[in-house]
Design a protein around this ligand. Structure first.
Ligand code: PLP
Length: 432
């Protein structure tokens, strides 16, 4: 009898996991991992935030807690605190009861629940995501000889098409020549978008470019979204982590909400709480009319019920406990600042070293970009060289996680980048 599964074709590898595996398999003492999407300490270790550890101990000792199912839409104490953290304590949408949250399976789960809702209930079929966006699946066979990457799948694309959206489109975002935002291209693409297109916007610390619009640019983006009657769906995976300041990193979402937009926002607590594997997130929804809420919530309940029934407790309980306790909240904010400052230090350190070495090209973008990631401008061939000769692992797009740098390896990495850029100067935006 033949196997019915023989029709299944091997899918493309998920680059970030493949690179991480190659790093783990490398036996060299020199190896450096700049590929992962998670925070690392200056010792190169994962960090359990002290406030999280403390809260976990309290929860473990609390005999009033049990393992009963959570409600389908999650812990209200978690989702309302998360919504407030996003929109701000003085948000009129929150005060008027026009904003609420659904506790989800991290940021990815929030994006998926939101996409399912927009498709099923509002019948939206077209979505736009930034070029590039987070999570590239790269066709290895297309890397040579030209070093051209074919980005044939990106996470927003995968999530929304899996939810059933039929019209995936990209808007221009990154100008590789200037290593900055392509605002004109972005606005032009938005102007051409059909009414009711869902526009996925990175709330802050754009992944992978580390390049965010300025306040003035956000205003222009909002103008076009309003004029063209598009629907903004924010993806907020780095609130607090980007600048160290929760308020600053929420500026764009708050601006849209205060301006009267109806919107969705997927929040992740993976990075800013270091709760990667607990899968805790929140889907915030802002509506115009409180009268719509009953129906909206009932439909969201059916969507979640049909996907995973209800969310897990542990991460949500931690986030709820910390955000609702002023003392713990302050301790958490301090942790967030520690993480953000370490990233900023590494950015400055790398830029200074490259400039001191006289590395061809300009390196200002390393400090002007924000968040954990930097689009270095290194070409695929240079990336390959860094890996093969120096055991430095990064994504083919040249994206590095600044947290992979430490005070111990930063000199080595800077020197390796310098030698690589000098040796392989063709096909790179950083060439002289
Ligand atoms: N959105 C962006 C832009 C991200 O970078 C990430 C994680 O890297 C996420 C969403 C969601 O991550 P998670 O599902 O782990 O919360």
């Amino acid at each position: 009898m033949t196997s019915r599964f023989s029709v299944v074709k091997v899918g493309p590898p998920i680059e970030v996991f493949a690179v991480n595996k190659a790093y783990l398999d490398d036996t060299s003492d020199l190896k450096v991992n700049l590929s992962v999407g998670a925070y690392r300490t200056d010792e190169g270790k994962p960090w359990v935030l002290p406030v999280v550890r403390k809260t976990e101990k309290q929860l473990a000792d609390d005999e009033t807690l049990n393992h009963e199912y959570l409600p389908v839409l999650g812990l209200d104490a978690c989702s309302s605190a998360a919504t407030k953290m996003l929109l701000g304590a003085d948000s009129s949408a929150f005060a008027q009861g026009r904003a609420f949250g659904v506790q989800t399976l991290s940021g990815t789960g929030a994006l998926r629940v939101g996409a399912e809702f927009l498709l099923r209930q509002l019948k939206y079929t077209t979505f736009y995501y930034s070029s590039p966006t987070w999570g590239n699946y790269i066709a290895e066979q297309n890397l040579e000889p030209e070093g051209e990457l074919e980005l044939f799948q990106q996470n927003h694309h995968l999530l929304f098409t899996n939810a059933g959206f039929t019209e995936p489109r990209q808007y221009r975002y990154w100008n590789a020549e200037t290593r900055s935002l392509d605002l004109d291209g972005f606005l032009e693409d938005l102007r051409a978008a059909p009414k009711d297109s869902v526009i996925i916007l990175h709330a802050c610390a754009h992944n992978p470019t580390g390049c965010d619009p300025t306040h003035e640019q956000w205003t222009q983006i909002a103008d076009v979204i309003e004029e063209r009657q598009l629907f903004p769906f924010f993806d907020s995976a780095y609130q607090g982590f980007a600048s160290g300041d929760l308020e600053k990193d929420a500026w764009a979402v708050r601006y849209f909400a205060d301006r009267g937009f109806e919107l969705l926002c997927a929040q992740s607590f993976a990075k800013n709480f270091g709760l990667y594997n607990e899968r805790v997130g929140n889907l915030t929804m802002v509506v115009k009319d409180v009268g719509d809420l009953l129906a909206v919530k009932s439909q969201l309940t059916l969507i979640v019920r049909g996907m995973y029934s209800n969310p897990p407790n542990h991460g949500g309980r931690i986030v709820a406990t910390v955000l609702n306790n002023p003392q713990l909240l302050e301790e958490w904010k301090e942790c967030v600042r520690t993480m953000a400052n370490r990233v900023l230090d590494m950015r400055r350190g790398l830029k200074e070293r490259l400039e001191r070495l006289g590395t061809p090209g300009t390196w200002d973008h390393i400090v002007t970009q924000i968040g954990m990631f930097s689009y270095t401008g290194l070409s695929p061939r240079q990336v390959e060289h860094l890996t093969q000769k120096y055991h430095i692992y990064l994504l083919k797009s040249g994206r590095i996680n600044m947290c992979g740098l430490t005070t111990k390896n930063i000199d080595y990495v800077a020197k390796a980048i310098h030698e690589t850029v000098v040796e392989i100067s063709e096909n790179t935006i950083n060439k002289l």
